[in-house]
Design a protein around this ligand. Structure first.
Ligand SMILES: [Zn+2]
Length: 118
């Protein structure tokens, strides 16, 4: 028996900043092109009022995750890069200080151990 797993990819979460509706809509549209205009308006209607983290980007490689984190800063705050499938702030999650990355599982940080989508 063998276990074959795909390398870890990453999600980005963030909180919409106040008064950044249009910028946030443009970024969301770029990152999640399947969202309809109505969904974009709904998602950004809460700007400044809803401080919960929302999923911004799903399943990107490490380089893209870091690049997106910089682009999202401004219209969004509290940007977090999280191993795909993990919920940010989950009490049992682990955090790598070197990579500012939340991950789960028992193998350690996927970037430190080299098992990630680049
Ligand atoms: Zn690490």
């Amino acid at each position: 028996m063998s276990f074959v797993e795909d390398p870890i990819d990453f999600d980005l979460w963030g909180v919409m900043a106040r008064d950044c509706g249009e910028k946030a809509r443009e970024l969301l549209h770029a990152t999640r092109p399947t969202m309809t205009r109505f969904e974009l308006l709904q998602a950004t209607a809460v700007a400044g009022a809803d401080t919960r983290l929302q999923l911004l980007i799903e399943r990107v490689g490490w380089a893209a995750a870091q690049s997106w984190a910089k682009k999202l800063e401004g219209p969004f705050s509290a940007i977090r890069i999280v191993a795909h499938g993990e919920q940010p702030g989950w009490p049992k999650a682990q955090h790598c200080e070197i990579h500012a990355l939340q991950y789960g599982g028992c193998l350690g940080c996927p970037v430190c151990c080299g098992f990630f989508l680049a």
